[in-house]
Design a protein around this ligand. Structure first.
Ligand SMILES: *Cc1c(COP(=O)(O)O)cnc(C)c1O
Length: 222
């Protein structure tokens, strides 16, 4: 068995079955990705629109593609026909554009609100106040072709496990509060996308339902 397939199977065994693994394929060739697909696994993620579109064209059509990276409104149209979930929604205007493109394609697109939980300046994401502003705005109520399915967050890049774990717990607390206030009657608001190769164990401990894992499956990126 190939190293990639072996990596994936070990990881799948190690992470609870209730937690979805988004196999992050960025910079990796189709020949590598297909090794995971051939195990019967079909949930993959990309962080750039162009690469996502190219891979969707080249790979089998029963793959569930997740957009996990920062998304500009003017590029939504390229992924709207096929994308299965967008993890990185960080503004109302982006959400409106996703809704518009989804409607054109006669689809509903599942979205996660990306929350800012890290100590770093560079990470994208919403504060709790900004998230609530979106969810209570009249414009939001008119969006019929998007479904908010949960939250996504990225922890600070540090070797201090305590910091990372507490940031993931912050996301879990945001999730519980938003669910209670805005999605109490919905069975769709269920996902917490948190955890990558370096910190997924802490994320799972904090309640993650989706881990986004690249290098631990496909090897280091150059
Ligand atoms: C690249 C990437 C990942 C996966 O990173 P690894 O450390 O390789 O597991 C997860 N989430 C996002 C948003 C990414 O861009």
């Amino acid at each position: 068995m190939s190293t990639i397939a072996d990596n994936f199977l070990k990881l799948r065994k190690h992470i609870p079955q209730t937690v979805k693994i988004i196999a992050v394929t960025k910079t990796k060739p189709v020949d590598d990705i297909i090794q995971v697909y051939n195990l019967g696994y079909k949930i993959f993620g990309e962080n750039k629109v162009q690469e996502l579109v190219q891979k969707q064209e080249q790979m089998p059509k029963d793959i569930e593609w997740h957009m996990i990276g920062h998304l500009q409104s003017n590029k939504v149209k390229y992924i709207a026909p096929f994308v299965s979930m967008i993890h990185s929604v960080d503004s109302l205007s982006l959400l409106q554009e996703i809704n518009k493109c989804a409607e054109k394609n006669n689809r509903t697109i599942s979205c996660l609100l990306q929350m800012y939980i890290a100590k770093e300046e560079s990470k994208f994401g919403l504060s709790m106040e900004e998230a609530k502003e979106i969810l209570t705005s009249p414009a939001f109520k008119n969006l019929k072709n998007i479904e908010i399915c949960g939250l996504m967050g990225m922890a600070t890049y540090t070797i201090d496990d305590n910091v990372v774990y507490h940031e993931f717990c912050d996301l879990k607390n945001y999730f519980e509060e938003i669910k209670k206030e805005y999605f109490a009657n919905s069975d769709k608001f269920t996902e917490m996308s948190m955890g990558m190769s370096g910190d997924y164990e802490l994320a799972v401990k904090a309640g993650s339902t989706m881990v986004r894992i690249g290098s631990s499956i496909f090897g280091e990126r150059l």
